[in-house]
Design a protein around this ligand. Structure first.
Ligand code: BDP
Length: 531
C-alpha cells in the first residue's frame, strides 16, 4: 500500500469494515493489533509505522474458528482420527474473510453523537463531539435534499433548531448532514467531517409502535448477507438489487438477522427510509434446541464452557460496538440484542439483565428487544418482562403441525392471545416461514412446494390480521441462503420468498399483493412505481 505524499504530519489510520470472525493485522513485520468479532468495524493507528510517500505491506490473518467465548459461539471438536471439526448452533454458513471495505485514512480520532426531536414544525438537533485533540468546534446542519445550510452553531455540544423540518419518514427517508469542523486556537480549520442523521421519534404506546407519533406496522423480512460466490461479502450491485426487490414487494422494514450488516447497506436504509431492527451477532445461545438439527452435543445453555461469563463479556462488547456504530442512524428504531437464546432456563435472567441495562445506558432513545424462540411461549419465557416489545419467531405449520394449517392457525392464535394478555406490549412476528423448492408444485398442501408456502403464508396472515397487538410481520427469509451441512438442509435453507439468485417464488407474488394493499401499512409504504 502506498501512503499519499501529502499526509506528512497527519495521523494515519487503517480501518476495516469487518473481518469475520477474528483477525490479526500486520504492517510489514509488525503486528499492529487483533480484533475479535466478525461484523463490526475496527481500526488501528499506524502513524508510527508508515511514512507519507512510502509503501508498506499490509497482511491480515483471518481465523474462522469459533469457540464459546465468541458471539456467535461455536466449538471446534477433535475427532478420534485427529481431524478438527467446527460446530456451531446457528443456521447460516460460517463464511469468513474480509467481507467489507478496508481503508487507509488520514484523520484525527473523532466522532459525534446526534439525537433528535421535534415540536410542531421545528426540529431539535442535539450533538456532542468526542475528539482526541481538544479544540474549538463549529457545526452546520445541511439539508441533504436541497444542499442548503439550515442551522449553524459553535461548541463541542449543544442543541440547534431546524425551522420547517423535514422528518425522516419510513418509506421516504429525509436526511440532514451535520458538518463538524474542528478548529485550532486561531479558528483555522483542522479537520471537517460529516455525519448524516434524520429527525424522527420512536415511542411505544400500549400495543402500538409509534414512529413520529404515527402507528407503524413492520412489513418485510429477516434477511442474510448471503450470495453465491461472494458469500457474506458486501457488493453495491447486490445491495441495490436487494433493496429494489424490497421496494417491489412492498416491504418497509427488515431485521439484520443475525448480525450487524455492512455500513454501506445501513446507509442505504437511512437514505431510502427502510426501517431497521438492528441485531447483534448473538445467535445460537441455546443448548435446549433439538440436538438433532443443531447438534448441540447436550448439556445446559448457561453453564461453564457453554454460555458463561466470558460469553457475556463478549456479548456486552458487541452491544457497545453496535450502538456506537449505528446510534446516529434514523433507520434503526429498535435493538435486538439476541436471536432465539434459551430463555426458559433460570440462568437466562442473570445473563440478560445486565445486557438489557447496558443497551439502555448506551442508547436511552430506542426500545430494546430480543427475539423469542418457539419453545419459550409466554408462560415459560423468563426474560420477556425486561424488554420493551415482544418479537416472536414462530413456525406453526412447518416445524410443528407440519402440513396441518388448520391446527396451526388455532394454536398460533391461542399463543398470541396469551402474549397479548400477559405482557400488553406490541408484538412483531420476526420469523415465520416454510422451506420451499422453487418450481415444485402440488395440488395438495404438500410441504416444500410453492403452493404450500403460499397457503402457509395465507394462514399466517389471517392470524396476524386478527390480533390487535401484532404490529409487524417479517417473513423468514427474504431469499434462500447457505447453511452448515445437516440432514434438515438441502443445499441450504430454502425458506426464501426469492431464490438465492433473487428470482421470485409464488410466495413473493402473494406477499406483494398483500403488502402493497394493506391498510395497516399505509404509513411507511414505499411506492415502487413512483421511484
Ligand atoms: C429460526 C432461526 C433462523 C433459522 C430458522 C429456520 O432464527 O436462523 O434459519 O429458524 O429454521 O430458528 O429456518
Amino acid at each position: 500500500m502506498r501512503v499519499p505524499r501529502g499526509w506528512d504530519g497527519e495521523r494515519i489510520i487503517l480501518r476495516f469494515g469487518s473481518a469475520t470472525p477474528h483477525a490479526v493485522v500486520f504492517v510489514d513485520d509488525t503486528e499492529v493489533g487483533r480484533n475479535k468479532g466478525g461484523y463490526m468495524p475496527f481500526e488501528f493507528d499506524v502513524t508510527d509505522l508508515v511514512s507519507a510517500g512510502g509503501t508498506f505491506r499490509l497482511t491480515v490473518a483471518v481465523d474462522n474458528r469459533l469457540d464459546n467465548t465468541c458471539i456467535p459461539p461455536g466449538e471446534v471438536r477433535e475427532l478420534p482420527d485427529g481431524r478438527r471439526q467446527q460446530n456451531y448452533l446457528h443456521d447460516f454458513y460460517n463464511y469468513s474473510g474480509l467481507h467489507r471495505s478496508v481503508l487507509l485514512c488520514s484523520r484525527p480520532a473523532r466522532h459525534v453523537t446526534v439525537t433528535t426531536g421535534y415540536e410542531g414544525t421545528t426540529g431539535q438537533v442535539t450533538w456532542a463531539v468526542a475528539q482526541s485533540e481538544e479544540g474549538p468546534v463549529r457545526i452546520a446542519v445541511v439539508d441533504k435534499q436541497t444542499g442548503e445550510v439550515v442551522a449553524r452553531a459553535g461548541g463541542g455540544s449543544g442543541t440547534v433548531e431546524i425551522e420547517d423540518v423535514t422528518l425522516w419518514t419510513p418509506g421516504v427517508g429525509g436526511l440532514y448532514d451535520l458538518v463538524v469542523t474542528l478548529l485550532d486556537e486561531t479558528d483555522g480549520p483542522v479537520d471537517t467531517f460529516t455525519q448524516h442523521f434524520g429527525v424522527r421519534t420512536v415511542r411505544i404506546d400500549g400495543y402500538r409502535f409509534l414512529i413520529n407519533e404515527q402507528p407503524f406496522y413492520f412489513i418485510g423480512f429477516g434477511m442474510h448477507e448471503d450470495h453465491e460466490t461472494i458469500g457474506k461479502a458486501h457488493s453495491n450491485a447486490h445491495m441495490v438489487q436487494d433493496t429494489e426487490l424490497l421496494s417491489w414487494i412492498g416491504a418497509n422494514s427488515l431485521r439484520t438477522s443475525h448480525y450487524p450488516y455492512s455500513e454501506e447497506f445501513m446507509d442505504c436504509c437511512d437514505r431510502h427510509g427502510i426501517v431497521v431492527i438492528d441485531e447483534t451477532p448473538a445467535v445460537g445461545l441455546n443448548w435446549m434446541m433439538a440436538g438433532g438439527i443443531l447438534d448441540s452435543g447436550g448439556g445446559e445453555t448457561y453453564e461453564e464452557g457453554h454460555v458463561d461469563d466470558r460469553t457475556q463479556a463478549t456479548h456486552a462488547d458487541e452491544i457497545r460496538r453496535l450502538v456506537a456504530r449505528d446510534k446516529n442512524r434514523p433507520s434503526v428504531v429498535l435493538w435486538s440484542i439476541a436471536n432465539e437464546p434459551d430463555s426458559t432456563s433460570p440462568g437466562a435472567i442473570d445473563y440478560f439483565r445486565p445486557l438489557v441495562e447496558l443497551t439502555r445506558e448506551c442508547d436511552p432513545t430506542r426500545p430494546v428487544g430480543f427475539v423469542n424462540v418457539m419453545f419459550a411461549p409466554y408462560d415459560k419465557c423468563l426474560i420477556s418482562d425486561m424488554f420493551d416489545v415482544i418479537m416472536l419467531n414462530r413456525y406453526y405449520g412447518w416445524y410443528v403441525d407440519s402440513g396441518d394449517l388448520q391446527t396451526s392457525e388455532q394454536k398460533f392464535s391461542a399463543e398470541l392471545a396469551g402474549w397479548m394478555e400477559k405482557y400488553r406490549l406490541p408484538i412483531i412476528i420476526t420469523e415465520y416461514g416454510a422451506d420451499t423448492v422453487a418450481g415444485l408444485h402440488s395440488i395438495y398442501d404438500q410441504p416444500f412446494t410453492e403452493d404450500y408456502q403460499v397457503a402457509y403464508l395465507e394462514m399466517n396472515s389471517k392470524v396476524f390480521d386478527e390480533c390487535e397487538a401484532v404490529v409487524g410481520e417479517q417473513m423468514w427469509n427474504f431469499a434462500d441462503f447457505q447453511t452448515k451441512y445437516g440432514f434438515a438442509r438441502v443445499d441450504g435453507n430454502k425458506k426464501g420468498a426469492f431464490t438465492r439468485d433473487r428470482r421470485p417464488k409464488a410466495a413473493a407474488r402473494y406477499l406483494r399483493e398483500r403488502w402493497t394493499s394493506m391498510e395497516a401499512a399505509r404509513y411507511g409504504r414505499r411506492d415502487h412505481r413512483a421511484r
